[in-house]
Write a new protein. Structure first.
Length: 646
């Protein structure tokens, strides 16, 4: 069977590779909506649901696999559908927001497009802004096909209650009230609520947590292992095993620098088998199969994402896929309940997603190519993402990626420094049209996972606490120096571009090291840390506690907070800045951009301004993204001309 699979996959790879036909450099080509996205297999394996454009917005379409017929079941024209899921073989839920405000409404529709139902509405244009409310499916409740268990935060924004929700009418009734501090819930493999994730916001700058646990539906919850974020030993639940007694958890036992995956006995409060423990990278998630009733596999995000299959059949299929598609990361994105029908997605830094359908039904294996998400992108025109490591000025080992223009000699190149957002996030491997925009115009692009980035252990995250203006910026500067010392970069031809915290880092780099840079592009960036903390204080107790732990206390650390605000150093700026923001941004309010514009005008600094009323934390509407990057191209054009770039 596997030999035949390898042959089929090889033939599919050859035929799929011939699909490309158009160049992928123009803005409209790089940022055009994908032809397909997010294929999902129905529970019975007879249908696929997929997002595809309609009127320039992503809508849900259904493919009947027996006939390969294709039909659209939604007609949303004002925004993209952000996500969807099969609830039964005949019913789907989907989510969308209003202009990027992230107040996601939840909606239901039948497989044939009938019986559309609003489960939870979006925020209207004239409503006052508040913390986004949500309705999230927690469990599909196999024994109650007309109901799902959902978490809903209408009563208290930070602490959702649990409800039984009728999937046809949207009506819900309380199932379990929040005891007061649970931020998330988890069921076991039989749909019984067994765990609540707790966040304690009683302190102003330390994040404390734990989880509550119960043995069964009639038992009382009790607390398990309260911990502070900085504690050397903690346990975070991932999933229950089908025995109902064992949990799979993230844990960092004594002596471990990063989080691994372990089994855990919540009754005895003891760690069991080590499933995965790396020396450098935090472990990822686990998949527990409802079909085999066993652990199927687990993941980790090293320089590239990896998934390790425990299930023998899945491991064989994975090996065959990797042999047939050696230049991409290949992983199943969805499968039927009986695990005989699955969609595999293949992607790389140079290749946007390509989808294959695998069926194991009828005793034979059949592979059907579904197509490219962006068939117009030619991998040979795109840049590879190359990992690197180096020592920062204090000896800290840092990881990052560098991208070179296609077919360049890698010598004395113009550079775009691209600090990531978060900052508790990380740069990872994969195709990124924003990076490809710059590299296909002749720039190298440098990314670094500075202190405070996720994925390298809690000590590395903690090293960024209250260091936004200090070590975190030194790390970015040291990464640039590394690239210069390698001979890759012309130190006189450097710009910086980033979004969210990356926008903050853009402004911090420009004001701390004005002699290094020639221009900056600040997308939805924080510039006034004090005002940002005031916004969080007015928005959410838990968010305020979290950001005080990251930025600094609004009272006790106010001098440091003010020093850490790029807006207070604008007089040092000597480079033009392009400011880009969305009016409906719920994470970094538009006030941050407005304060920066005022300061730029007051100090007579050069800047350009692009704000869209129907966007939020980064532009998503296709026409607005086209405008954004066409104007970025105009903004950098004088530098490109000056530097002799094509």
């Amino acid at each position: 069977m596997i030999k035949r699979l390898v042959l089929l996959l090889t033939l599919a790879f050859i035929s799929a590779s011939s699909v490309h036909s158009r160049p992928g450099v123009p803005v409209e080509t790089l940022f055009k909506k994908p032809e397909f996205a997010a294929f999902q297999v129905s529970p019975n394996g007879e249908y696929l649901a997929v997002l595809a454009p309609y009127e320039r917005r992503l809508n849900i379409h259904i493919i009947e696999l027996a006939t390969m017929s294709f039909s659209r079941i939604t007609a949303v024209k004002d925004t993209d559908i952000a996500g969807f899921s099969w609830i039964t073989d005949d019913r789907l839920f989907f989510q969308m927001d209003n202009g990027g405000d992230e107040y996601y409404g939840t909606f239901a529709v039948d497989r044939d497009g009938g019986n559309p139902t609003t489960i939870m509405p979006m925020l209207s244009d004239d409503a006052s802004f508040s913390i986004p409310r949500y309705t999230r499916v927690i469990d599909l409740l196999d024994d109650q096909p007309d109901y799902v268990l959902v978490a809903n935060n209408e009563s208290r924004a930070d602490y959702p209650d649990l409800y039984l929700l009728d999937i046809h009418t949207g009506r819900k009734k309380i199932f379990l009230s929040n005891p007061g501090n649970v931020t998330g819930w988890m069921t076991d493999q039989n749909g019984v609520v067994r765990v609540g994730l707790v966040r304690d916001t009683s302190t102003s700058d330390k994040i404390k947590g734990s989880f509550i646990y119960r043995s069964g539906p009639d038992d009382e919850f009790h607390q398990v292992f309260p911990y502070a974020e900085e504690d050397k030993w903690r346990v975070v639940p991932l999933a229950f095993d089908h025995d109902g007694k064992t949990m799979y958890v993230h844990a960092r036992p004594d002596g471990a620098k990063v989080e691994g995956i372990y089994t855990f006995d919540p009754e005895a409060k003891e760690l069991g088998e080590m499933i995965l423990q790396d020396d450098t990278y935090d472990a990822g998630g686990v998949v527990v199969s409802d079909f085999t009733k066993k652990l199927a596999g687990y993941g980790i995000n090293r320089e590239k994402p990896e998934f390790i299959w425990v299930d023998e059949e899945k491991s064989q299929i994975q090996t065959a896929m990797d042999n047939a598609f050696p230049d991409t990361i290949n992983s199943p994105s969805s499968m039927s309940d009986d695990e005989t029908v699955m969609v595999y997605v293949s992607t790389s830094a140079r290749q946007p997603a390509y989808y294959n359908l695998i069926s194991l039904r009828g005793g034979t294996l059949k592979l059907t190519p579904l197509g490219y998400s962006r068939e117009w992108i030619k991998p040979e025109t795109q840049s590879e993402q190359e990992p690197y490591t180096f020592e920062a000025r204090d000896g800290t080992i840092l990881h990052g990626y560098i991208w070179f223009p296609p077919n360049s000699d890698r010598k004395n190149l113009p550079l775009i420094v691209n600090p990531h957002g978060g900052p508790n996030a990380r740069d990872s491997y994969g195709w990124d049209p924003r990076v490809q925009f710059f590299t296909t115009r002749g720039f190298a692009v440098l990314q670094v996972n500075f202190r405070g980035s996720d994925g390298y252990g809690i000590d590395f995250v903690k090293a960024g606490h209250k260091k936004w203006w200090y070590e975190m910026q030194y790390d970015v500067r040291d990464a640039v120096q590394w690239a210069i010392d390698q001979g890759y970069v012309d130190e006189k031809k450097i710009g910086v571009y980033g979004g969210s915290y990356g926008g903050y880092a853009t402004m911090a780099q420009l004001t701390k090291y004005p002699e290094l840079y020639n221009f900056g592009i600040n997308v939805v960036g924080v510039v006034d840390s004090e005002e940002m903390l005031k916004y969080e204080k007015a928005t959410s107790d838990s968010a305020f506690a979290f950001w005080q732990s990251r930025i600094g206390k609004l009272k006790e650390d106010i001098d440091m907070v003010r020093e850490s605000s790029p807006i207070n150093h604008i007089e040092k700026l000597d480079d033009p800045v392009f400011i880009i923001h969305g009016v409906r941004d719920p994470r970094v309010p538009i006030k941050q951009a407005e304060l920066l514009r005022t300061a730029m005008k007051k100090n007579k600094k050069k800047f350009e301004w692009l704000v869209k009323r129907n966007e939020g934390h980064g532009f998503r509407k296709e026409e607005n993204v086209f405008t954004e990057f066409n104007q970025i191209e105009d903004f950098i054009a004088p530098f490109m001309k000056k530097w002799g770039m094509k």
